[in-house]
Design a binder for this molecule. Structure first.
Ligand SMILES: Cc1cc2nc3c(=O)[nH]c(=O)nc-3n(C[C@H](O)[C@H](O)[C@H](O)COP(=O)(O)OP(=O)(O)OC[C@H]3O[C@@H](n4cnc5c(N)ncnc54)[C@H](O)[C@@H]3O)c2cc1C
Length: 205
């Protein structure tokens, strides 16, 4: 009987050498925008429900898309996981790091890059929250309709395909995100998203 070949674990499971090398490389490049304190790491794992808190090995705060590309490249070279972090309001342990890794907190990437009021859409960085975006859009008579209750980030809302109290009239995130830009090598993350930010109920794309 043929024996099944055991496949190597694609993710380094808390390989201390890999994690230390990644932390050293990130610290050299990003200085104090890399944080390894226990308290900050725990704040970047699940804190909202009974699900156990599984903190990452480090937390990093990029300020622009090229930072994210560098972080992902450095982590991918050592097969260390990355976990994007919006505002941490997700309820099912999404931001936990069961295999360790680096939490990428998008709090410093909140820019509104364009508002195309004629087309009823806008381009934003993923860290902006829905309330911040609505504050920005208010004087143009536009609004971003998805409301899950929490003041979540647009990136986190896209990742969870969020809905909420306005979904029956305006749809969910899948109806309101015509485009997103993802980092190379990073399956779950985005560095900028294009949104339909209006009160129109569009067809699905
Ligand atoms: C009181 C309350 C009520 C809620 N009601 C609803 C509801 O009615 N309907 C509903 O659908 N949801 C609801 N939710 C859940 C809500 O959708 C999520 O909490 C929210 O979408 C997560 O956004 P966040 O910015 O906090 O993301 P986080 O919690 O930080 O992250 C969530 C996931 O997104 C990933 N992520 C974050 N940022 C990025 C990024 N830039 N690129 C790629 N991936 C990213 C994370 O890795 C993680 O997997 C509710 C939550 C709360 C607390």
């Amino acid at each position: 009987m043929a024996l099944a070949q055991q496949k190597p674990d694609p993710i380094a499971r808390r390989d201390p050498a890999a994690v230390n090398a990644v932390i050293a490389a990130l610290a050299a490049k990003f200085g104090n925008r890399l944080v390894t304190s226990q308290a900050v790491r725990e704040q970047h794992a699940n804190t909202t429900t009974w699900i156990a808190n599984e903190p990452p090995d480090a937390v990093i705060f990029p300020q622009a898309a090229p930072d994210v590309q560098d972080i992902v490249r450095i982590c991918a070279e050592r097969r260390v996981p990355v976990i994007p972090f919006g505002t941490g309001t997700s309820l099912e342990g999404h931001v936990n790091a069961p295999y360790g890794g680096v939490s990428i907190d998008f709090r410093d990437m909140k820019r509104v890059l364009a508002v195309n009021s004629q087309d009823l859409d806008c381009v934003v960085e993923p860290g902006i929250t829905r309330k911040e975006l609505n504050e920005h859009l208010r004087d143009q008579g536009l609004f971003f309709p998805i409301d899950p209750g929490a003041d979540a980030s647009i990136g986190g809302m896209a990742a969870t395909r969020c809905s909420g109290t306005n979904a029956v009239r305006y749809g969910t995130m899948k109806d309101n995100v015509p485009r997103r830009r993802a980092m190379p090598r990073l399956r779950r993350s985005s560095s900028g998203c294009r949104w339909r930010a209006s009160n129109c109920s569009t067809s699905c794309r």
